[in-house]
Design a protein. Structure first.
Length: 255
């Protein structure tokens, strides 16, 4: 298995159209089924965390335009987002739920929800993240630091573990997990966003470790064989002007 060092998905740019191939069976050709008798898409459905708005919302629309079924989730209610996606992108279906990625049990519930709605999962995009506001570390409370680390780093661990467990059982199927990186990923300073930058710096190491574990196993232990194949990638969407980027970024200034 070869992994990509970085997979650039620009949901707001035309280049996204070639990032993922459309499913081989058009939506209109799929058999009508009840919710209790799912027909999984040939290359699986899509799970996107942190997708009530911003880049995650844009990802969902792009996938739906290409005929994919998508599960969106966020720490806040996604009902309005799901309605908007359904109206704008009728080629795919969207299912929505709440998920706090900083809570392990919430991530496990997301995985179960996605399995029930999508059948096989082809793509799981760990997109949820927060910046904690632009402040020096010395000015942050312990609670603020903890929240950023739990969402941006532990949340990736939790969701990746859930996705890997699901994909390992998808016999004869390949699932892809994408971990979203951001400012600080290359190790440069991120003044005002020290906590955020540090969490993003850790993600390539996580991804590289998982690629090695999947390909080679862990030294001294038998290599685990799984029914399904798993590939883990880093995802760098570049700078996009979203609420995450702009929140509390320029105190005292208006635009």
């Amino acid at each position: 298995m070869k992994s990509f060092a970085y997979v650039l998905v620009a949901a707001l740019a035309p280049s996204f159209s070639n990032a993922f191939t459309p499913p081989s069976t058009p939506l209109s050709a799929r058999p009508v089924t009840s919710s209790s008798s799912l027909y999984a898409m040939p290359d699986g459905g899509v799970v996107i965390t942190g997708s009530a708005g911003g880049v995650g919302f844009a990802y969902a629309g792009e996938f739906m335009d290409r005929g994919y079924d998508v599960v969106i989730c966020d720490v806040k209610d996604c009902t309005a987002a799901a309605k908007a996606l359904t109206a704008r992108h009728p080629n795919g279906k969207v299912f929505h739920t709440k998920c706090d990625v900083s809570d392990a049990s919430s991530c496990e519930a997301l995985g179960q929800f996605a399995k029930e709605k999508l059948g096989n999962i082809g793509y799981w995009i760990n997109n949820a993240g927060i910046n904690g506001g632009r402040r020096a570390l010395s000015e942050l409370t312990m609670s603020q630091v903890e929240t950023v680390v739990k969402v941006n780093l532990l949340g990736i661990f939790y969701c990746t573990k859930v996705a890997m467990d699901i994909m390992a059982e998808q016999e004869g199927f390949t699932g892809h997990i994408f971990n979203t990186v951001g400012s600080g990923v290359k190790g440069g300073g991120t003044p005002g966003y020290a906590t955020y930058g540090a969490t993003k710096r850790g993600l390539p190491q996580l991804t590289a470790s998982l690629v090695k574990e999947i390909d080679e196993g862990v030294q001294g232990y038998p290599k685990k064989q799984t029914k399904g194949k798993i590939q883990v990638h880093s995802l760098s969407p570049g700078m996009v002007f979203t609420k995450l980027l702009l929140d509390d970024s320029t105190p005292g200034e208006t635009f």
